[in-house]
Ligand binder design. Sequence first.
Ligand SMILES: C[S@@+](CC[C@H](N)C(=O)[O-])C[C@H]1O[C@@H](n2cnc3c(N)ncnc32)[C@H](O)[C@@H]1O
Length: 227
Amino acid sequence: MTHESGTLQPEGVRTMFDRIAPVYDVMNRVMTMGLDRRWRGITARAVVQPGSRVLDACCGTGDLAVACECEGGVVTGLDFSGEMLARARPKSDSIAWIEGDMLALPFADGSFDVVTVGFGVRNVADLRAGLTELRRVLRPGGRMAVLEITQPRGVLKPFFFLWFDRIVPLLGKVLPGGKAYTYLPASVRRFPGAEDLAALIDEVGFDSATFRLFGGSIVALHTATAR
Ligand SMILES: C[S@@+](CC[C@H](N)C(=O)[O-])C[C@H]1O[C@@H](n2cnc3c(N)ncnc32)[C@H](O)[C@@H]1O
């Protein structure tokens, strides 16, 4: 869970996602006005080639993993929430769904051609350690894509904070288990802006991380190549 202080407790985060798993997909569609599917498709197409060995870390209910499989990837989805994974499993029989911690991935160095994370790294207790671990399991020359909410900018900024601070928590309250959606604004505020995240990605062993913004600049897709 994210606290006001901005610190994350892994056990709290896991329990929170176990609780919101039944409403997670519906909340995604509502919060993004249906755009999340499109963003996941763009993410998968940016990095996955037919036959790529893909790790989708923090796979949750599996939508990004499935998008990567649609691009021809041979996909492993990993998450530490058993309830989120239970919603992912029926979406594909051919994806290997694994319960595990992104901060201690159960894979050898260089096991994957591609790693993806969708709306996941913001929730990881130690961002640098998480990105370093993703780099470790990627082969040199492999590609990473990180799709994540970012610090809003521009004229739409006040609208986004109204949306995240007021409307999303309210929506969460009317859905069973959705109270946890009050955590979202704090997690966005403590997360680095897009330029800072690109710099951090380079620091942990990638070349020339670049990003593009979606949704009026509230969502960033970072891509980078492992050194
Ligand atoms: C907001 S959901 C994103 C799910 C999915 N990737 C998507 O695009 O909708 C974040 C997920 O990250 C998982 N997560 C957070 N920290 C994790 C960690 N250290 N190891 C594994 N999974 C983690 C949570 O359990 C949750 O399912």
